[in-house]
Design a binder for this molecule. Structure first.
Ligand code: CA
Length: 187
């Protein structure tokens, strides 16, 4: 069995095992997850962000759950009141807000979507360079370095998440508009 096929087979086994294991204490509503391997998630991110693939620097998990856009918006609403958003130079600026966002987004997933299933949430961080016009013009006239969330939805579309509350923006649109340039993905 090829490594990719073996990984897919194992992932199906894992999900099946989890479903069987959780039958006695299953949630009231059935949980339907669309899971992808890390290679699929990484390929989406690299193709759409145009950042340089670094083979050993891929996601640390093997199987990912990619949310619908409705779930992304629900996650953002859940995360926002839990964030520390008071700007403090260096000690709590964009990179720190981005790291906190990743943790809160993944917590949303285990508490509201995956319910203990052995699949990671396809939410990551990235260091980027932004240019005037970014975030539908709400970034102000000046550009510079910034830190953003990166999330892959269930259709394979990648979104930049501005973690201070400006919302989600299609990675490919920002690329073609030349408003956001990926520097490094933080898996
Ligand atoms: Ca900082």
């Amino acid at each position: 069995m090829k490594p990719v096929a073996a990984l897919l087979f194992c992932s199906v086994c894992l999900l099946t095992a989890w479903m069987m294991d959780g039958m006695e204490s299953a949630p009231a509503k059935p949980v339907i997850l669309r899971a992808q391997t890390w290679m699929t998630v990484a390929e989406s991110a690299y193709t759409q962000t145009h950042s340089s693939p670094l083979a050993p620097d891929g996601p640390t998990d093997a199987i990912f759950f990619s949310p619908s856009t409705e779930q992304i918006d629900a996650m953002l609403a859940w995360v926002k009141p839990k964030q520390h958003l008071r700007y403090i130079p260096e000690s709590w600026d964009c990179d720190d807000v981005m790291l906190e966002w990743i943790v809160l987004a993944r917590r949303w997933a285990i508490e509201n979507a995956t319910y203990g299933a052995p699949v990671a949430f396809a939410a990551f961080g990235a260091y980027v360079k932004i240019f005037p016009g970014a975030f539908d013009g709400r970034a102000g006239p000046s550009g510079g370095y910034h830190a953003l969330g990166l999330i892959r939805d269930s259709d394979g579309v990648c979104w930049w998440i501005e973690p201070t509350g400006l919302g989600r923006f299609k990675v490919l649109e920002a690329y073609y508009e030349q408003t956001i340039e990926a520097v490094k993905i933080i898996w």
